[in-house]
Design a protein around this ligand. Structure first.
Ligand code: C5P
Length: 409
């Protein structure tokens, strides 16, 4: 997916060793379809050359406010009027101190001041030594910059180029890319708490065997990702899957249905929305053998006694908060046939306002999906699309349903 198609991003670099990461960030932005205009301070040019940034962005780089290449000699106006956003990465302590005062004695700070403040959001990715980061002056400057409308991003923690360890590393290029993509997503779930269950469960038979299913977790992870980008605080309870945690999402790993049940129950009290995409095993072996079960001499498979797993969604949906309109529950159904009928029956059985059906064989492991939304009054079909795009549509749909759900229940 080209996440930044038609977007024009000004990528500003101020002086700091993290400039080396800006090269990769530039490439990542371009790969997502953005036009990237690089602007560097003279200090930044000590760390990485404009030549490198020009080659990666495929556009001339600007460093000086006296650069005569612009016909009207007003680079600070021209370059900001065509921008959809400005990202300064790295933003040094000195550069932020300068912005705070509205000073504009070099092209990049001049552009930060000259940009149309309501149309061109400014993201700052701080990068500095841990002592500089924790200094009261830096912290004070950042609060004021936030109050002035800048999006001051967090920092990473760990080993620093100076040899010290602590807070102050610039976020990684992929994290910064995610911040830029997020900036353009409508904040339809701003401040809401969203809980998502995803992936399969694994029910142990003995120490080396168990039963599971083919759920990849991709739809649930896409929904967690989309909800975060829509402004929600997202907790993702994940069964055993090999997927990276979406940026900004809190993840809770579980293995069995009972573990998933416990994790969901411990987080659901604060949730405004619960989206149950997990393919939870209906049954588990009643007893888990402590040693590996050996092949029987009889040649028959040993019998297993089964215990029923709790239906997490049904239990959550019958809770007082869900019943009185404080918690909106969404179920998923992976079927092999008669999707609409099965999905409607499941919705009624589990007492959820919205159930999303998909065909198991088409969704498990795939990056695409087709969805069928079933509620009390209607059935809506969404054609095949990337899971992340469908997830964004579903997040918008859930957000649109929240106010009336609160009133009618
Ligand atoms: O009954 P079935 O498994 O087909 O229902 C699917 C929906 O119920 C999904 O939303 C799934 O996450 C949820 N579910 C659950 N706990 C179970 C079984 C299913 O939360 N034990």
């Amino acid at each position: 997916m080209s996440e930044l198609l038609d977007k024009h991003i000004v990528l500003g670099l101020s002086g700091g060793v993290a400039c080396y990461k800006a090269a990769e960030l530039c490439r990542a932005l371009v790969k997502q379809g953005a036009t990237v205009q690089v602007v560097m301070t003279e200090a930044a040019a000590q760390f990485i050359t404009p030549v490198t940034m020009q080659a990666l962005s495929n556009r001339p780089v600007f460093v000086s406010q006296w650069d005569a290449r612009e016909p009207n000699n007003m680079a600070h106006i021209n370059l900001t009027r065509e921008a959809d956003a400005m990202l300064v990465a790295p933003a040094s302590a000195d550069f932020m101190a300068k912005l705070l005062h509205g000073r504009a004695d070099d092209l990049l700070s001049l552009m930060c001041l000259a940009r149309p403040i309501d149309k061109v959001p400014l993201l700052l990715a701080p990068a500095m030594n841990r002592e500089m980061w924790s200094h009261p002056a830096t912290q004070r400057n950042m609060s004021q910059l936030r109050a002035d409308g800048a999006h001051v991003l967090g920092v990473g923690q760990g080993e620093q180029a100076c040899g010290e360890t602590g807070d102050g590393r610039m976020l990684e290029p992929d994290e910064l890319l995610q911040e830029v993509v997020k900036l353009f997503q409508p904040k339809v779930l701003q401040g809401k708490n969203v809980l998502v269950s995803a992936g399969p469960t694994f029910e142990a038979i003995d120490p080396v065997r168990g039963i599971t299913n083919l759920s990849s977790g991709k739809m649930g992870f896409a929904l967690a990702h989309a909800a975060h980008q829509a402004g929600a605080n997202v907790t993702l309870v994940a069964g055993p899957v090999a997927l990276t945690t979406p940026y900004g999402v809190r993840r809770w790993d579980v293995r069995s249905a009972l573990e998933m049940h416990a994790a969901v129950m411990s987080h659901v009290d604060k949730a405004d929305v619960f989206i149950a995409t997990a393919a939870v095993a209906d049954w588990r072996p009643a007893q888990v053998a402590t040693e590996k079960i050996k092949k029987a001499a009889s040649g028959h498979m040993p019998a297993i006694d089964w215990a029923e797993n709790p239906d997490i969604l049904a239990q959550v949906a019958s809770s007082a908060r869900a019943q009185n309109g404080q918690l909106f529950c969404v179920g998923f159904a992976a079927e092999s046939h008669d999707l609409a009928a099965h999905a409607q029956a499941k919705r009624q059985r589990k007492q959820v306002p919205l159930l999303v059906g998909n065909i198991g064989a088409n969704t498990f492991g795939s990056d695409d999906n087709t969805l069928m939304l079933v509620d009390e009054f209607s059935v809506i079909e969404w054609p095949k699309d990337a899971k992340l795009r469908l997830a964004r549509k579903l997040v918008a749909e859930i957000a649109a349903r929240l106010p009336s759900f609160r009133k009618t229940t």
